[in-house]
Design a protein around this ligand. Structure first.
Ligand code: HEC
Ligand code: HEC
Ligand code: HEC
Ligand code: HEC
Ligand code: HEC
Ligand code: HEC
Length: 359
């Protein structure tokens, strides 16, 4: 991880120094801890300050950058989570949410129609509006599917509170959300990986405790009842796992070893479930308190698979991922290019990868 983006450029230094009455020597100042926790000095990391010391409010919130998301990316593009790397073929280390760098891809379709029907970065996940970083709103959706959040307003502050709050990753809970929306469900509870520790693995992963699906439901209301009740891929999205699925998850150890696994080591970071007993280093598979949720199959930001999939929904075997499109192959948890779609972690009969299911 580089600290390059964690250091404020010269232009900002002068302003912060003036604000704090400090004389700074040198070209850059380090970002102090607690940026999001308030305090007078902290405001100026993101806002242009009034001469009297207060934040001048107004239509534009007097932000330092062109848009709220550009402000966040000043620090978070390549450090503190590194949510937007530089190269979609060499993404920063994964710690849970996927990466916005895949929005820059020209094709992520590795299905049989990958060449004739290319799927651009638009389809990689949540398109954030950050013109200063070359990112525009989604070209396909006007609003969040089965919801009403305007795609043209989607940015970091649609989901995260810039001023910090007690929630997991500062996610907004029930209440007002920019620009003029209202969430009705609380933020999920979870324990995230530290930014400075090792990346995700099946023994070091986000611990999802509860409430993910309901939170996504703030913008995708009716997926909660049923994934695509009407058309497309139909699936349950928020319920306890059946004993059949629990047994399958706990014994499955890949296509080459479909029943050689054991409960104590069954956890797969690519196919997580919710459970109040999880910790970031737990390796056990699911039990009767475990639930399926949106992030079992999707990541929150974007991935190099269609629809922000944790694995590529369009391929038959994971070895095909990236071959036709030339996009980044999502890491295969099993050392086997003939590994089937990870739907198989929970289901013994083959149902395809999910893409185009039921159409
Ligand atoms: C990490 C960046 C960041 C810091 C630090 C920060 N703000 Fe903000 N603030 C924002 C962003 C981004 C918006 C616009 C959010 C949107 O509309 O999407 C905003 C909006 C606001 C607004 C108008 C909307 C609202 O939320 O009421 C006020 C007032 C405000 N900030 C005050 C402050 C004050 C006072 C401080 C210091 C205690 C501060 N901010 C620190 C990023 C920040
Ligand atoms: C001036 C640099 C800076 C800016 C600008 C900034 N952040 Fe941060 N952010 C940090 C640092 C440093 C941390 C880690 C330490 C902390 O929590 O204060 C952090 C932590 C976070 C976390 C993780 C919180 C946790 O504890 O799990 C989220 C989420 C986040 N920022 C979102 C945002 C969003 C959204 C914006 C834009 C509105 C933004 N940040 C702007 C520096 C920044
Ligand atoms: C603040 C509102 C908001 C929240 C919260 C939200 N989404 Fe979205 N989502 C949108 C919008 C708007 C779109 C359509 C624009 C786009 O795809 O960028 C979208 C699109 C999607 C897509 C389709 C992406 C594509 O490229 O086709 C998926 C999948 C998705 N969301 C999953 C989720 C999941 C899972 C969660 C919870 C972790 C979630 N969303 C939370 C607003 C939201
Ligand atoms: C649609 C909602 C949504 C949008 C838009 C969004 N985030 Fe997130 N973000 C999340 C969720 C949910 C998580 C937690 C994901 C998880 O743990 O699986 C998260 C995680 C994070 C983290 C922790 C990263 C890590 O590696 O653990 C940071 C930092 C962050 N977001 C910053 C941002 C920034 C900066 C933007 C804009 C460029 C942004 N987010 C846009 C929902 C969103
Ligand atoms: C069992 C895995 C799974 C779960 C759980 C799941 N999804 Fe999906 N989702 C998919 C697949 C597969 C697709 C692609 C469907 C296609 O291409 O036809 C998809 C597509 C989407 C899309 C794009 C539009 C569409 O319908 O094709 C959105 C939005 C979405 N999911 C949101 C959600 C939300 C919100 C949740 C939780 C309430 C959720 N998903 C839970 C597998 C899942
Ligand atoms: C974490 C485990 C899990 C994963 C991963 C998963 N499913 Fe399921 N699936 C379930 C559960 C739970 C049910 C509800 C029925 C049951 O308990 O047997 C279900 C039901 C189904 C059904 C029956 C019809 C229905 O709507 O209830 C189909 C078809 C299906 N899944 C396909 C898929 C496909 C395709 C994927 C991959 C995109 C997938 N599943 C991934 C757990 C999972």
């Amino acid at each position: 991880m580089t600290a390059r983006y964690g250091i404020f450029p010269v232009a900002g230094t002068g302003l912060i120094a003036a604000m704090c009455g400090l004389v700074l020597v040198g070209a850059a100042v380090r970002v102090a801890a607690g940026v999001h926790e308030g305090g007078v000095g902290a405001c100026s990391y993101c806002h242009v300050m009034h001469a009297g010391g207060g934040v001048m409010t107004g239509n534009e919130d007097l932000l330092r950058e062109e848009s709220p998301s550009d402000v966040c990316l000043l620090c978070h593009a390549a450090a503190y989570g590194a949510v937007l790397g530089l190269d979609p073929l060499a993404p920063p280390p994964e710690r849970g949410p996927g990466n916005f760098v895949f929005l820059l891809e020209d094709n992520i379709n590795d299905g049989p129609d990958g060449l004739t029907n290319p799927l651009g970065g638009d389809a990689a996940g949540h398109n954030i509006v950050a013109p200063g970083h070359g990112l525009a709103g989604d070209g396909t959706y006007l609003n969040s599917p089965r919801g009403s959040y305007p795609a043209g307003s989607l940015g970091c502050t649609s989901c995260h509170d810039p001023h910090g709050n007690g929630n997991y990753r500062f996610l907004y809970g029930a209440g007002p959300v920019p620009p003029d929306q209202t969430f009705s469900n609380p933020a999920p509870t979870a324990v995230g990986l530290p930014f400075d520790g090792p990346p995700e693995s099946s023994s070091h992963h986000v611990a999802y405790l509860s409430g993910v699906s309901r939170w996504c439901g703030n913008c995708h209301g009716s997926y909660l009842d049923r994934h695509n009740r009407w058309a497309g891929f139909k699936h349950t999205t928020d319920r306890s796992l059946s004993s059949r699925v629990i047994r399958r998850y706990n014994t499955y150890n890949g296509t080459a070893d479909p029943s050689g696994g054991s409960t104590a080591t069954a956890y797969l970071a690519q196919v997580p479930f919710e459970d109040l007993s999880l910790t970031i280093d737990s390796t056990s598979g699911p039990g009767s308190g475990s639930r399926i949720m949106c992030l079992t199959c999707h990541r929150a930001h974007a991935t190099s698979g269609p629809r922000s999939g944790r694995w590529d929904f369009n391929v038959d075997t994971l070895g095909q991922d990236g071959v036709i499109s030339g996009s980044y192959p999502l890491p295969n948890p099993y050392p086997d290019p003939d590994q089937d779609s990870l739907c198989r972690k929970c289901h013994s009969s083959m149902m395809g990868g999910g893409g185009g299911m039921g159409k």
